[in-house]
Design a binder for this molecule. Structure first.
Ligand SMILES: [Zn+2]
Ligand SMILES: [Zn+2]
Length: 459
């Protein structure tokens, strides 16, 4: 028996990678194995020979940092196979652009490998999974940092000029999470992994909220699993000064679990909500003045800290959520279309917003239904929110004690740029979340003003 969350989740799937879940849907996984522990990397050549034959050929992708961290060792271990490789420069940091992916796929395709092996963090993992899809051969990964949930997810996060796109990729078949390697990862990457976990509290809240108000499908099991694995990791991190290795183990377990839940459901709902939309916006808008802090999980952590302020203010008083349905329907009908409210700074995002909003048709009947459901569930919604936000606040203070960068000045993000995606959050992603609830009950502007007033605290 093992005590990893991801293993208990994988065990539910049958040998062909499917699960008839209690949520009523069938989930499926392309992943076959995860090796997390001490010394697991040494098993790489034997497993490769066993699954692909001793004469097989590998195309190995790394960057200058991950080459030292693990890729050089992988190549040594795999020396009896046919190897070709690309080592990307460390600076500027590689980005998951379609151009880079195409160029690498051409390189890999040229040598017709049996397997793609990515050695690195989130970016290398995301690129490896896309190259694997384009070339049409499986991929494995050696994780070098517990920094993101990309390793086990079924999508790659692509960086485009006018936005961010999540694209289906070939999921990684075998993941090596060697503790000796992960422990050597820079502190910022460790913090980035934990920052990404903060999203689980808001995701759980917003997904449950949407299920209740809009009737959106929810997989209760996946949602709970992601939340629980994050909780355990945060507790382990709290005790990390005593046991660093246990903290890394638990954190890696949590990020793998969250990736698998997303892969199984082909949906990022269990692990990402408004905080991810905000963090992606900052990345795309080049809002981060200090490139050393431009790490996914650090940005997610910062945006969780900011959104916590807004969510807490909103859910603080259930009485404030009282409204008259007909009055709200009139007010909602009188609002100008979002296209007319765009400020010039948001122009580059118009296309993305248009695409998101094209799927969202909300007429008066839908609004009425939602408003009635809100009225009938105010008690349970605010109670759930109160519990989760309290936990998130606790997690934020644990991270603060580890010097997690929670201030805008750490990132050199301009306060106005910080607020921009929050102001337009409902249009940047077509997903029902707390900001939709705020809007429907008529409190969104009040909460935005509150956040503006709090800026001095976040600077
Ligand atoms: Zn994330
Ligand atoms: Zn399910």
């Amino acid at each position: 028996m093992s005590d990893f969350f991801f293993e208990s989740y994988l065990r539910k799937y049958s040998a062909d990678g499917t699960l008839d879940c209690g949520c009523g849907r069938q989930h499926s996984l392309g992943a076959k194995r995860v090796l997390l522990g001490d010394g697991v990397l040494e098993g790489l050549p034997d497993l490769a020979a066993q699954m692909y034959g001793s004469g097989s050929s590998f195309w190995i992708l790394s960057d200058e940092n991950t080459e030292t961290a693990a890729a050089a060792r992988c190549k040594e271990l795999l020396s009896r196979f046919h190897l070709s490789e690309v080592v990307l420069p460390a600076r500027p940091r590689p980005r998951t652009t379609p151009e880079l992916i195409q160029a690498l796929a051409a390189d890999a395709g040229g040598v017709s490998p049996d397997l793609i092996l990515g050695v690195g963090g989130g970016t290398i993992s995301d690129i490896g999974k896309m190259v694997s899809k384009i070339v049409g051969v499986p991929n494995w990964c050696v994780a070098t940092a517990p920094s993101v949930d990309a390793y086990s997810s079924g999508t790659s996060a692509l960086k485009l000029k006018g936005g961010h796109r999540t694209e289906a990729c070939t999921p990684t078949e075998v993941i090596f999470a060697e503790l000796a390697v992960l422990e050597q990862a820079p502190e910022k990457l460790f913090l980035s992994g934990i920052g990404d976990l903060l999203a689980k509290y808001l995701s759980y809240l917003d997904w449950s909220l949407s299920a209740l108000i809009t009737g959106e499908y929810i997989c209760g099991e996946a949602a709970q699993l992601c939340l629980d694995s994050a909780r355990q990791a945060i507790q382990a991190v709290k005790a990390q000064t005593a046991d660093r290795k246990a903290a890394i183990r638990s954190l890696t377990d949590a990020i793998l679990t969250s990736g698998f839940a997303m892969q199984g459901l082909t949906d990022s709902r269990p692990a990402s909500s408004a905080e991810h939309t905000v963090a992606h916006f900052w990345e795309i808008a080049a809002a981060v003045g200090d490139p050393a802090f431009e790490l996914h999980g650090l940005l997610v952590g910062l945006s969780c800290r900011i959104l916590l302020e807004g969510y807490s203010e909103f859910y603080r008083d259930p009485a404030a959520l009282e409204f008259a349905v007909d009055e709200r329907l009139l007010a909602l009908a009188a609002e100008p279309p979002w296209e007319q409210t765009l400020v010039p700074e948001m122009e580059p995002f118009r296309g993305q917003m248009k695409e998101e909003m094209s799927e969202s048709v909300i007429d008066a009947e839908i609004y009425r239904l939602r408003l009635e459901r809100i009225q009938n569930n105010v008690g349970s919604i605010t109670e759930l929110a109160r519990r989760l936000l309290e936990e998130l606040e606790g997690a934020v203070s644990i991270l603060s004690s580890l010097s997690f960068p929670f201030r805008l000045s750490d990132f050199r993000i301009d306060p106005q740029q910080m607020l921009m995606p929050i102001r337009y959050i409902r249009f940047l992603r077509n997903r029902y979340r707390t900001f939709n609830l705020m809007h429907e009950v008529g409190l969104e502007k009040k909460i935005l003003r509150h956040l503006e007033e709090q800026l001095s605290l976040l600077r």
